[in-house]
Write a protein that binds this ligand. Structure first.
Ligand SMILES: *[C@@H]1O[C@H](CO)[C@@H](O)[C@H](O)[C@H]1NC(C)=O
Ligand SMILES: *[C@@H]1O[C@H](CO)[C@@H](O)[C@H](O)[C@H]1NC(C)=O
Ligand SMILES: *[C@@H]1O[C@H](CO)[C@@H](O)[C@H](O)[C@H]1NC(C)=O
Ligand SMILES: *[C@@H]1O[C@H](CO)[C@@H](O)[C@H](O)[C@H]1NC(C)=O
Length: 187
């Protein structure tokens, strides 16, 4: 999921000068001062009057926006500063195979990790099929989510065949991941 705007800031000492942002890949001038020079309106300079900061904001960043950007100040001796931007797709991963076979009476223990996320997700939901897993419907369900390590563990104790299904880990800011769980009768 690419939900966030990307910011790169340039702290420029002389506020009165014009600051431009250039995309190095094609030497495209994106912004000059607070004006956007490209038809791609996702690029914008954010600047507060009197401030020394000229921030390039890229809304709805795409993978293709990855690359080097440079801000330039128009002085006699040109001042410039390059920034490398790397746009990543955050996605969840459930440890193990995409299908899980377990015996009736044993535990379903699923660990979901959110990969390539600059910030921890604000929440991670678990679904069974289309429904958020409902703790009150069945006892023995335990979810432990650690935002800092970006992991969530779903534990369903003493699983029954009725617990079979498609389990999905859906973080707030990343693509979700699923695993098909088969609880086998008898043993
Ligand atoms: C940006 O990446 C390029 C190519 O990987 C590298 O040569 C350059 O030093 C980097 N620039 C900055 C400012 O990190
Ligand atoms: C669940 O699996 C994780 C990692 O595979 C393991 O560390 C943990 O102890 C397991 N929990 C239970 C209750 O089996
Ligand atoms: C969970 O299940 C209980 C009992 O069936 C129901 O009353 C409750 O509304 C459900 N909660 C959610 C969030 O679906
Ligand atoms: C499991 O659910 C996810 C999310 O709804 C879906 O994308 C995926 O295709 C399902 N997998 C199977 C095997 O049905």
């Amino acid at each position: 999921m690419l939900g966030f705007a990307v910011f790169a800031s340039a702290l420029i000492a002389v506020a009165a000068l014009k600051v431009s942002w250039i995309r190095k890949r094609d030497l495209h001038i994106l912004t000059v001062g607070i004006l956007t020079y490209t038809t791609d309106q996702r690029f914008q300079t954010v600047h507060r009057d009197g401030s020394d900061e000229w921030t390039l904001k890229i809304s709805s960043p795409q993978l293709r926006d990855s690359g080097t950007y440079e801000c330039q100040v128009s002085t006699e001796s040109k001042i410039s500063q390059a920034f490398n931007l790397s746009v990543v797709v955050s996605k969840a991963k459930i440890n193990g195979n995409s299908e899980l076979y377990i015996k009736s009476g044993s535990d379903i223990n699923l660990t979901c990790i959110v990969l390539q996320t600059p910030e921890p997700p604000s929440f991670i939901y678990w679904y069974k099929g289309d429904h958020v897993i409902n703790y009150s419907q069945r006892g023995g369900i335990n979810v432990v989510t650690e935002k800092q390590t970006r992991t969530s563990r779903l534990l369903i104790s003493k699983a029954l065949p009725a617990d079979s299904g498609n389990y999905t880990c859906a973080p707030s800011t990343a693509e979700s991941a699923s695993v098909l769980v088969h609880v086998l009768n008898g043993g």
